[in-house]
Ligand binder design. Structure first.
Ligand SMILES: [Fe+2]
Length: 280
């Protein structure tokens, strides 16, 4: 049996809630502050911290969608890969260093939770590995900064296409699908929602389906979401957790290309090694 409540919840309900300890809540609060300070800067300043292909750092509004390119997600984003600030263009500039420090600090919280969940899932499937699926060099934090809008949905219904998403937001809007019905997720400042993606579905031989979700517009003047998106290795074959006969899935290939669903380029094979090289 899984040792963590979260892994057991994922196996039973394809979602899980995870309570943050007090020191982790402080880290999350500091990230909200760092993100707000970053996103309220001039657009031109923010764009100096985004790679040309929108993979690393700042990604302006209009570059990502959930279903259709003509309905972009109503947010801009900042992506922090593999706990490596050097992936972000001009990462030493004071316009981004406090934000990167806050991202680094929260990374430890989110990666620790993910490690426990994936280790417990491996134990459930009696994998002989000593640790979880290696994910730290291939995963990223994404902060979404929402714009005021008159649309009913700020993000259309989708699943994230990763192994696992740890989500938390400072305001209402997230809705998750159960038996074809969307229901709102309560807002907590000390609780994460673990949402499985289709890579976990592939790795568990369909045991854990992806959790479809959307973001409803509550006409908030401002809204911020913190996501930890866990990927398996992107540069080599990944053995599934549940390996039943007749099912061979190239999980690494799926992981590299799932972003195309949302208009994003293929994920870098070795994101941890990226260092400012995208910016010209
Ligand atoms: Fe999502």
């Amino acid at each position: 049996m899984p040792r963590s409540t979260a892994a057991a919840e994922l196996l039973a309900h394809a979602r899980a809630t995870i309570d943050l300890p007090g020191d982790a809540v402080k880290t999350l609060t500091a990230l909200y502050t760092g993100a707000t300070d970053f996103f309220t800067q001039d657009e031109g300043v923010k764009r100096t911290h985004g790679s040309d292909d929108f993979t690393y750092g700042f990604r302006p509004y209009g570059r990502q969608y959930s279903i259709s390119p003509d309905r972009p997600d109503m947010n801009e984003s900042f992506t922090y890969w593999a706990d490596n600030p050097a992936t972000v263009p001009h990462h030493d500039a004071p316009s981004v260093t406090p934000f990167l420090q806050a991202l680094h600090d929260y990374w430890a919280v989110a990666a620790g939770i993910t490690e426990n969940v994936l280790t417990d899932l491996s134990a459930h499937y009696r994998q002989q590995t000593e640790s979880a699926v290696p994910f730290r060099d291939y995963s990223y934090l994404e902060i979404n900064w929402y714009h005021p809008s008159d649309r009913d949905l700020l993000q259309d219904r989708h699943e994230d296409g990763h192994l696992l998403t740890l989500a938390v937001s400072d305001g209402p809007g997230l809705e998750i699908e159960t038996d074809g019905w969307m229901s709102p997720v309560p807002v907590h400042d000390s609780q994460l929602l673990a949402m499985p993606g289709s890579l976990l579905t592939a790795m568990t031989d369909d045991d854990i389906p992806p959790l479809y979700h959307q973001v409803r517009n509550h006409l908030l003047p401002q809204r911020l979401t913190v996501l930890f998106l866990a990927n398996p290795p992107l540069d080599r074959p990944v053995p599934p957790l549940a390996s039943r006969e007749g099912r061979a899935v190239d999980v690494a290939q799926l992981a590299r290309t799932n972003g195309a669903m949302f208009g994003l380029p293929a994920a870098p094979s070795r994101p941890a090694e990226q260092a400012d090289g995208q910016r010209t």
